[in-house]
Ligand binder design. Structure first.
Ligand SMILES: [Cu+2]
Length: 123
C-alpha cells in the first residue's frame, strides 16, 4: 500500500518538473539564450546610484551580450518582463522581442537603490 503512495508522489513530482520545463526558462518576451561570444556587446555601466544611460536600444531578435560594468559600488541588473538577471561585472547573451523594458538594479546597494532604473528599448 505504501509503495503506491510513494509511486503516486513520484509521478506528481515528475509531472510538476515537466510542466516547469515547458513554461520555465525564457519568458514569452525572450530572455537569456545560449552564450554567443560573437554577439554584439552592449555595456550597461552602473554607479551609485544610476546607470550611465537613461536608455539603451537593441534590435529585436538579435543576440546581444548584455554586460553590467559597475564603476562604483556593487550592482546587479534585472530586466522587467523577462528572466534576465545579470550579476555585477558579468554578461549574458540575450534576445528579446520588440517592446519597452526596464532595467532595474536588483542588488540592495544603498539609499539611491530604488531610483536605479534605465529603459531598454527593443526595436
Ligand atoms: Cu541597487
Amino acid at each position: 500500500m505504501k509503495k503506491w503512495i510513494y509511486l503516486a508522489a513520484v509521478v506528481c513530482f515528475v509531472a510538476i518538473i515537466a510542466a516547469c520545463g515547458t513554461s520555465g526558462g525564457t519568458s514569452e518576451a525572450g530572455g537569456v539564450i545560449d552564450t554567443d561570444a560573437s554577439a554584439a556587446e552592449v555595456v550597461v555601466k552602473a554607479k551609485s546610484w544610476e546607470f550611465e544611460q537613461a536608455e539603451y536600444k537593441i534590435k529585436q531578435g538579435e543576440a546581444i551580450n548584455l554586460k553590467l560594468e559597475s564603476t562604483d559600488g556593487v550592482h546587479g541588473i534585472q530586466v522587467t518582463k523577462t528572466d534576465i538577471t545579470i550579476p555585477n561585472n558579468k554578461s549574458k547573451t540575450i534576445s528579446l522581442k520588440a517592446g519597452e523594458y526596464t532595467i532595474v538594479c536588483n542588488v540592495p546597494c544603498g539609499t539611491g537603490h530604488t531610483k536605479m532604473q534605465a529603459k531598454l528599448i527593443v526595436e
